[in-house]
Design a protein around this ligand. Structure first.
Ligand SMILES: C[S@@+](CC[C@H](N)C(=O)[O-])C[C@H]1O[C@@H](n2cnc3c(N)ncnc32)[C@H](O)[C@@H]1O
Length: 386
């Protein structure tokens, strides 16, 4: 093992649950381990260096870069990712804390499902497939959706944007942990009880991140666009990026970046409705291509566009560290390495022999895949420009 990568390799194998600071505000699919990200940033950059995550997801890289006093740029095509990351990394005032705590406490007592069917309720029921569910489950689902309508209606009265966004993310988190990948659909009171407990957990997380958010507006930039446009971004044009730390969409592995599985398998774009964001027109857009298409041409063409753009903003100093999952080591893996080379990058060995593979910890997308294909593994790749 090469000594200077020792800490990164040890951290890459960390299997503990994601925790601390604002990391648990929302469980973004296929999120990084903060332990790994912290080790990578601290080993490969210095204070004030610039870090980029072109597939930012839930923003783990951004939070850890701020904590290490680095500058950071995050890009993601999915507006859920940019919304979540912004809330996780925006400093709030003492007054904001108090207002959020008070509002959430009151909501956790007042929330009910007696509201008349409004636009939100009707829309929610057109995007959730509830056919075949039992009577009790449909009734539970309806109550939770109506409760959410009540919550969102009251939220309209919160004019302060930071408070409004924070509380909207609180609703998203409560719904996600009640509905996504859960069976059977829980009773209304389970959802209701999460409002208070999750709000306290989130405020606590925000408080612990607060010391690292001094002057945060000059240190962090978040973009909702494709990273094939990285070379057009102001902060990146001058080739000052020291570290690109990322985990791109994985070839042939279907991770639902834009959907929740209600009752285990009923795909829905409900999170976009909650956040009032536009739903993606093409379902597989955030995976580069439909993962069931075994030709992978679209995947690798998209990857080529993006990494060619990243090559334009890289200098001799730039290191590119990626964690990528593959479900078979040959074939697609080789093509991935070849594409990196075609985009102008050369590989640096992290250990003297072979690669650093890590087992993907107990993630829901991984569990769903079991049985169909061999278990997925993630590999650590380090590149520089040729
Ligand atoms: C594996 S996830 C990253 C997870 C992240 N490391 C975390 O800790 O949450 C990959 C991300 O790439 C994003 N993505 C897919 N295509 C993209 C593109 N063309 N440009 C930018 N982001 C893209 C997806 O929306 C998804 O959020």
């Amino acid at each position: 093992m090469k000594l200077r990568f020792k800490k990164i390799i040890t951290a890459a194998n960390d299997q503990s649950r994601v925790r601390g600071y604002t990391h648990r505000f929302y469980t973004y699919p296929a999120g990084f381990s903060p332990v790994f990200v912290e080790a990578a940033i601290k080993s490969l950059t210095k204070t004030n260096d610039l870090v980029l995550d072109p597939f930012m997801g839930g923003g783990t890289t951004l939070i850890e870069a701020l904590r290490a006093d680095r500058k950071v740029v995050g890009i993601d095509l999915n507006p859920i990712a940019t919304f979540v990351t912004k809330v996780k990394s925006t400093k709030i005032s003492k007054k904001n804390y108090d207002n959020i705590e008070k509002w959430a406490d009151k909501m956790s007592k007042d929330i009910n499902f007696k509201i008349k069917d409004n636009k939100f309720v009707k829309k929610a029921f057109t995007i959730i497939n509830y056919k075949g569910l039992g009577k009790k489950e449909i009734s539970n689902l309806k109550k939770i959706i109506k409760g959410s309508a009540f919550y969102l209606k009251s939220l309209n009265n919160i004019k302060n944007k930071k408070e409004n966004d924070f509380l909207r993310l609180l609703l998203l988190r409560c719904l996600h942990s009640t509905l996504h990948d859960k069976r059977p659909i829980a009773d209304f009171h389970v959802f209701k009880s999460k409002i208070r407990s999750n709000s306290l957990d989130m405020l606590e997380g925000m408080r612990s991140l607060d010391p690292y958010l001094k002057n945060f507006r000059n240190k962090i930039k978040i973009y909702n666009k494709s990273s094939s446009l990285s070379h057009k971004i102001k902060e990146l044009k001058s080739k000052k990026v020291n570290l690109i730390l990322t985990s791109p969409p994985y070839p042939g592995i279907n991770i639902p970046y834009s959907r929740w599985q209600i009752h285990g398998r009923r795909n829905t774009t409900l999170p976009y409705l909650i956040l009032d964001l536009e739903r993606p027109k093409i379902q597989s857009i955030y995976n580069f291509q439909n993962p069931t298409n075994i030709k992978f041409d679209i995947y690798f063409n998209t990857m080529k566009n993006i990494f060619s753009s990243l090559r334009k903003i890289s200098s001799k100093k730039t290191k590119i560290l990626q964690l990528v999952a593959f479900n078979n080591k040959d074939g697609v893996f080789k093509r991935y390495l070849k594409t990196m080379e075609e985009c102008g990058f050369k590989e640096l060995k992290i250990k003297s022999h072979g690669y650093v593979w890590r087992k993907v910890p107990n993630r829901s997308w991984q569990a769903r895949l079991k049985g169909n294909i061999p278990a997925s593994n993630e590999v650590l790749l380090l590149h520089k420009i040729k």
